[in-house]
Design a binder for this molecule. Structure first.
Ligand code: ADP
Ligand code: GLC
Length: 522
């Protein structure tokens, strides 16, 4: 029951009496202990492409104070190369062109048990979880991630003689969305929860791919897995799971509208109206604690601004920027259209002419990478750009900056703005998705409402004005540092959801129920 951060926070009285009371009440509540299989394509500490990895590592850990949560993840090369002790604990059969695989058990420190799918022909490759080193997606991604979903469904059926069978299967984003599909198609009784971290990634494949992964031809219709002529893994997750969550309340509402629904708003509207779609805001992991973070140049608490400043000096030196008292802006981001980095390029000149400096860390879109590098060449003393990602340095960027720029076009939740807040850097962000749910304009960050350069510039101007008034700036920093919630404080809605899906009796969920396995597609 003891949670490391709770001890730290309570000892140092960071969040005060009210927090301690809330935590006590929460601990005293009795939630029946259930077995949960958390299925994910990323896990920070093993492999990560963005925030999904962070959530997959932190949420199960917080949940495991009440439940027996275990992770299921593909055995990518990046994981195998870490030479962790892996013990084979189960063997699973293949289906159609999905090869058989082994399941290895991994136990890291005090975290939950991790089941790693060993299937070298699918996962032992150079690159990210989703594609090769040049960024191209793997052509057999439908098989790679159907393997993940099928393994989850099989373990829920007790196949493979693992000796552990989940009460609930909780999958995340399209790569694990076939778990609820296989479970529903075989009419398995185990309830499934599906979390949308990003609706823009859908896992769309040619309809013929269905036969590779053993799907019955009948699922290819607009009520089930067809999405504008493609086979959609994401839609399978939405259609076949018993309950859908997404990572903020605001995004849950937004995705029921055409502007944010990525073509799925109709289905999501229906799910929302039926009470089968809800938003649960992400928390942050307890390692985001500036007073104890071993990776900071100097650790600090609210009001220890000189120590925070030492991290700014680090960022200046890192890029050989002008050392002055002007504000330091940071971007720590995937370089994708979602993140609005093009807008930041659009306001960069005025930001620098106003005396600001800019430190960027990110990878992704090559055109954006090149434009950022060009900007740094134009302003060598004001702009530093690191193309790549490094967890330790990212912490120093958050700690060393005064403001984090996050003009996202959409943002399901966003973790970076919360990491920045925790480290006393005020986010300047679009009022969308989880950004609007976590940033209080003018109190712990700045929001702007229109995706235009002028709206963005006005928000930056407001931030610069605050920077001119140290009392105000420091008050906002203090508020920001106490704003983000740790997972231990925000996990309760998941307990309630698990209880709900377990209490419900689900009838046959698909008209395509096939006894004794799944029929071939074509
Ligand atoms: P998203 O998941 O959409 O990228 P979040 O704000 O939820 O956005 O999470 C971002 C997480 O990913 C943070 O931990 C951040 O430090 C990290 N991150 C940022 N850029 C990259 C990158 N290029 N590669 C991997 N992780 C990154
Ligand atoms: C996605 C979203 C991001 C969210 C993260 C974790 O990558 O883009 O907004 O914070 O998942 O849920």
């Amino acid at each position: 029951m003891n949670h490391p951060v709770n001890r730290t926070l309570l000892r140092e009285n960071k969040l005060g009496h009210a927090f301690a009371e809330r935590l006590k009440t929460f601990r005293e509540e009795s939630v029946p202990r259930k077995k949960v299989l958390f299925v994910t394509p990323e896990y920070t500490g093993l492999i990560k492409a963005g925030g999904l990895g962070d959530v997959s590592a932190a949420l199960p850990r917080a949940l495991s104070h009440q439940h027996d949560v275990r992770i299921l993840i593909p055995g990518y090369r990046g994981i195998l190369q870490k030479n962790f002790p892996l013990r084979i604990v189960a063997r699973l059969e293949g289906l159609a062109n999905i090869p058989p695989c082994k399941v290895a058990q991994l136990h890291l420190d005090d975290g939950p048990i991790i089941y790693v799918l060993i299937c070298p022909e699918l996962y032992d490759r150079e690159g990210s979880p989703y594609g090769g080193p040049e960024g191209q997606e793997w052509e057999d991604n439908h098989i790679r991630f159907a393997r993940l979903g099928l393994a989850a469904a099989d373990l829920a059926l007790g196949k493979g003689h693992l000796g552990w069978r989940p009460d609930i299967v909780h999958s995340n984003d399209w790569p694990s969305a076939l778990a609820p599909a296989y479970m529903a198609l075989r009419n398995q009784p185990t309830p499934s929860v599906f979390t949308i971290h990003n609706l823009a990634f859908q896992g769309l494949f040619n309809p013929e791919s269905g036969s590779d992964i053993g799907l019955p031809a009948q699922v290819f219709n607009t009520e089930e897995m067809e999405f504008f002529g493609k086979l959609s893994f994401l839609k399978a997750g939405l259609v076949y799971s018993n309950s859908i969550t997404t990572v903020s309340e605001n995004y849950a509402r937004e995705i029921t509208r055409p502007e944010y629904g990525c073509g799925l708003h109709g289905l999501l509207q229906q799910k929302f109206a039926q009470g089968q779609l809800q938003g649960i805001i992400n928390g942050i992991d307890d390692s985001w604690e500036p007073s104890t973070d071993p990776y900071l140049v100097e650790s600090f608490s609210p009001r220890q601004w000189e120590a925070k400043r030492a991290n700014t000096r680090y960022v200046e030196n890192r890029f050989n920027l002008a050392a002055n008292d002007g504000p330091m802006f940071a971007v720590v981001s995937r370089l994708a259209p979602q993140k609005g980095v093009d807008l930041t390029l659009g306001i960069a000149d005025s930001l620098i002419h106003a005396g600001g400096r800019l430190a960027v860390m990110g990878t992704g879109d090559h055109a954006l990478e090149n434009a950022l590098v060009k900007l740094a060449k134009r302003y060598p003393k004001q702009v530093g750009v690191h193309i790549g990602f490094n967890e330790i340095e990212s912490r120093r960027f958050f700690a060393g900056s005064d403001f984090l720029l996050m003009p996202s076009r959409f943002e399901p939740c966003g973790l970076s703005q919360m990491y920045a807040q925790r480290f006393g850097s005020l986010p300047i962000a679009t009022s969308t998705g989880g950004l609007a749910d976590t940033i209080e304009d003018g109190l712990n960050g700045f929001l702007f409402h229109e995706m235009t350069l002028s709206s963005y510039n006005q928000a930056i101007q407001r931030a610069l004005n605050v920077y001119e008034h140290p009392d105000l700036l420091n008050a906002m920093r203090c508020h920001a540092m106490n704003s983000p919630k740790y997972w231990c404080e925000s996990v309760r809605p998941y307990h309630q959801l698990y209880q709900q899906v377990l209490n419900k009796k689900y009838s046959i969920r698909t008209p395509h129920f096939i006894s004794g396995g799944i029929r071939q597609c074509r």
